[in-house]
Design a protein around this ligand. Structure first.
Ligand code: CA
Ligand code: CA
Ligand code: CA
Length: 231
């Protein structure tokens, strides 16, 4: 499945060739053969993961809920609406990014020797062909490669957050790390109505009692019909 609209908060190089993929069976970077170009960034490979959520409340599917997926800096990447079964559409999120730094036609290798200056004497360095060694701030948090604490776990694209709600209320929010495809359930909490009783003090005669409260699992007043208000 080619993730044509997959967002990626990184700078792309003009005239570069980019392969994006997600959800492929029996496929990894070892099966990619890149034809080298004379720039370190000429050929780029982006790996994505398929992501889908189902929104439920008290085990009921929530139709028409809003699900917003944001990157690690809070920038919204997708705003989705659930279908009658509570499912969002399936989207892709970038999970890694690879280059061929030693120009051997393979991307995503560890510990490759790269010639910085042919010399003589030649100056070389050893690096990995992944997000922690590509010179880009891949997740847009202004920290690049090993300066980014994310690289303690070997990858500079660490986490996303998801937010779900309906009627603009009952907001669910959670952070998640993208280590593989996601097909998760979001449970919205169906808050019971709260009730407040007002009683004038030291009064023993018949009186009017005012009840008030709030609930979020329906449209807010004024209601178009009595049936909607009862729902
Ligand atoms: Ca390589
Ligand atoms: Ca970063
Ligand atoms: Ca990077």
């Amino acid at each position: 499945m080619p993730p044509a609209g997959m967002p990626m908060s990184l700078e792309l190089v003009n005239n570069s060739t980019v392969l994006s993929y997600a959800g492929l069976q029996n496929f990894d970077t070892s099966k990619i053969h890149v034809k080298n170009q004379n720039t370190p960034w000429g050929t780029q490979v982006r790996e994505g993961e398929l992501v889908r959520f189902q929104v439920k409340a008290l085990n009921s599917d929530v139709d028409g809920a809003t699900v917003v997926i944001k990157n690690s800096t809070g920038f919204p990447l997708y705003s989705l609406t659930t279908d009658q079964f509570g499912y969002t559409p399936e989207v892709t999120l970038p999970s890694n990014f690879y280059l061929d730094r030693n120009w051997n036609n393979q991307v995503g290798e560890q510990g490759v020797t790269v010639v910085l200056d042919p010399g003589p004497p030649a100056i070389t360095t050893v690096m990995d062909e992944n997000t922690c060694s590509d010179g880009y701030d891949n997740d847009g948090d202004t920290l690049t490669d090993d300066d980014d604490p994310d690289c303690a776990t070997g990858r500079e694209i660490p986490s996303y957050s998801v937010e779900a709600y309906k009627f603009g209320k009952g907001i669910f929010q959670s952070d998640f790390n993208l280590t593989g495809p996601i097909d998760d359930i979001i449970s919205l909490e169906n808050m019971p109505p709260s009730v407040t009783l007002t009683q004038p003090e030291f009064t023993s005669f018949a009186r009017i009692v005012s009840l008030s409260g709030t609930a979020w699992d329906g449209l807010a007043p004024p209601y178009a019909t009595d049936i909607i208000s009862m729902q």
